[in-house]
Ligand binder design. Structure first.
Ligand SMILES: NC(=O)c1ccc[n+]([C@@H]2O[C@H](COP(=O)([O-])OP(=O)(O)OC[C@H]3O[C@@H](n4cnc5c(N)ncnc54)[C@H](O)[C@@H]3O)[C@@H](O)[C@H]2O)c1
Length: 247
């Protein structure tokens, strides 16, 4: 059987590295792409059938080159993302543009490069890592919320345009994940306790919770799923009324 190929952006750390590890274990050839070349090399060196790819998702030429270097791309995971915090009233134009550029524009450039290849090779799967912040606003995350909501809209749009090419496009909305960009945040015991206490399942999520979901969406078991956003948050998005119980 020929090996399937999965290209993962931002795979040099956190959730992306966890998806790369799961994909490698599941028998994929894995493209570990990251703007930080050293990180991409480090992660790829620990995995079977993995190749490091240096590149910036903000540059469409980098994405086209990554697809070419992979030779074949059956699955793209748009995982690269950044967070810049602060109230919108004070957000600098540079910070706002940067967050939109990486989290939304970059995801589009990567998806377009992969979809052109998939269209000509019988289809494929695109998975966009959004966030529960793409569904709900939260304090000091304005640019991130806008970009992640945009990514959900883009997922829906791509699913209706590219279904005819045999391309499924879905998003994942992780909740409170104990890893990656949130690690410094959850190093604070008080924050950990408060946040995990707000989750109906009683714990923070792990990078592997997200990776397992990505592998499911990539698989044949998800072959009739397209255009959805799968929320991976232990139920927290529905928990607002837990804070206001009816006595
Ligand atoms: N960790 C969380 O709590 C959490 C929750 C919800 C959603 N997410 C989303 O999951 C994804 C992964 O987050 P993470 O927590 O693993 O972050 P992380 O900071 O640990 O890793 C992100 C990786 O992306 C790379 N990257 C950044 N800009 C890039 C660019 N322009 N081109 C290529 N690579 C670039 C970084 O070098 C880094 O290796 C992000 O899209 C994030 O928004 C994370």
């Amino acid at each position: 059987m020929t090996r399937r190929h999965m290209l993962i952006t931002g795979a040099g750390a956190g959730i992306g590295a966890a998806i790369a590890a799961r994909a490698s274990a599941a028998g994929y050839t894995v493209g570990v792409m990251d703007a930080d070349e050293k990180r991409a090399e480090e992660v790829a060196s620990t995995l079977k059938h993995a190749m490091p790819l240096a590149g910036d998702v903000r540059d469409p030429a980098d994405m086209a080159a990554a697809v070419r270097r992979m030779g074949s791309v059956d699955v793209l995971v748009n995982n690269a993302g950044i967070l810049r915090t602060g109230p919108l009233i004070d957000h600098s134009a540079d910070d706002f543009r940067l967050v939109m550029d990486v989290n939304l524009n970059g995801a589009f450039f990567a998806a377009q490069a992969a979809a052109r290849h998939m269209r000509d090779h019988g289809g494929g799967v695109i998975i966009n890592i959004s966030s529960i912040n793409g569904l709900h606003p939260s304090p000091n995350c304005g640019a991130y919320v806008a970009a992640k909501a945009g990514l959900i809209g883009l997922t829906q749009q791509m699913s209706i345009e590219w279904g005819k090419f045999g391309i499924r496009v879905n998003a994942i909305a992780p909740g409170f994940i104990d890893g990656g960009m949130s690690s410094p945040y959850y190093a604070n015991a008080k924050v950990r306790e408060k946040r995990s206490g707000a989750v109906p399942l009683g714990r923070l999520g792990t990078v592997d919770d997200v990776a397992d979901t990505a592998l499911f969406l990539a698989s044949e078991q998800a072959s009739y799923i397209s255009g959805v956003t799968l929320i991976v948050d232990g139920g927290v998005i529905n928990s607002v009324l837990l804070q206001l119980p009816r006595e």
